[in-house]
Design a protein around this ligand. Structure first.
Ligand code: SF4
Length: 281
């Protein structure tokens, strides 16, 4: 089987955070089995460069000083706090399932960029929302892609890896690109909510990730009803599939509609025991 090497070159939206440093060609002395899904594409960073000790310590001090005080603050107050206390550019992670974070951050956190992970398996409707977000908000929208296109992944690891090994597929198409994406940023804002799942029920407002970056979860205390009310009251862009039985939207290949009253995330990886892609673990 031919190894196609990483392919990059996405050109949508405001900018691309690509697989910088790609050499695209495995070294001659690389003895690993490059068709093994546990082996990521060679020549592409898979981790985020850790911040130095001083920056990490400063972020830990912010968490120690402010986490309890921000508990009970509104999302707007939390983001005002980010604008006042966080130095450096802040990444706003956008799944495009909803656009609440974009609306909250716009005009409130002045040095911020929206970032969107284009797995190559998104619903067309998700990509449409991304285009609308880029048009509506002044914050730059950066996209990041996996090292391999879907075709490259199929050729390297065999067709439809997501069916056979969704953990490896999510690692290479979500976790590792996100790690590359975070490199230029000192802090990132996520839309994780405590009600999302048992694993997320203790999500703090502020956290320091394993690379020393500050992670801010302004929606941690929100319910799904809070999200819907905010979308309605601010006339936000609506992902059409959220009105067609898809309350939680990921890759088209791994997302099924959910019956009314069922767990909103039960449509994600519905045919496997997997419940998290790994981005927030
Ligand atoms: S959600 Fe499915 S298709 Fe998307 S990266 Fe994970 S396993 Fe692959």
């Amino acid at each position: 089987m031919t190894n196609t090497g990483p392919d990059v070159g996405f050109t949508a939206f405001t900018g691309l955070i690509g697989a910088s440093g790609v050499d695209g060609v495995p070294g001659a002395d690389d003895a690993r089995d490059l068709t093994d899904p546990e082996v990521s594409p060679p020549g592409v960073p898979t981790t985020t460069t850790p911040l130095d000790e001083e920056q990490t310590a400063a972020h830990r001090a912010l968490v120690d000083q402010w986490n309890d005080r921000l508990e009970g603050a509104t999302a707007e107050e939390i983001l005002d706090w980010v604008n006042e206390h966080v130095s450096g550019t802040v990444a706003v992670t956008m799944s495009m399932q909803d656009t609440v974070l974009a609306e909250l951050t716009e005009g409130r956190v002045h040095d911020a960029e929206m970032v969107f992970l284009d797995t190559g398996y998104h619903f067309d409707e998700t990509l449409d929302v991304a285009r609308e977000v880029d048009a509506r908000y002044s914050l730059p929208l950066r996209t990041v892609e996996p090292a391999y296109s879907v075709a490259g992944q199929d050729e390297t690891y065999g067709r439809d890896l997501y069916k056979r090994n969704p953990t490896a597929c999510c690692r290479m198409r979500k976790v590792e690109p996100l790690a590359r994406m975070l490199d230029p940023y000192e802090a990132w804002i996520s839309g994780v909510k405590r009600v999302d799942s048992e694993l997320r029920k203790d999500t703090p407002i502020l956290d320091v990730d394993r690379t020393g970056r500050l992670k801010i979860n302004p929606l941690a205390a929100w319910t799904d009803e809070d999200v819907e009310a905010y979308i309605e009251s601010h006339d936000l862009i609506v992902h059409p599939l959220t009105r067609q039985g898809y309350p939680s939207i990921g890759c088209a290949t791994c997302t099924l509609p959910v019956a009314p009253g069922d767990d909103p995330r039960s449509g994600r990886w519905a045919n496997s025991s997997k419940t998290e892609c790994g981005l927030h673990l």
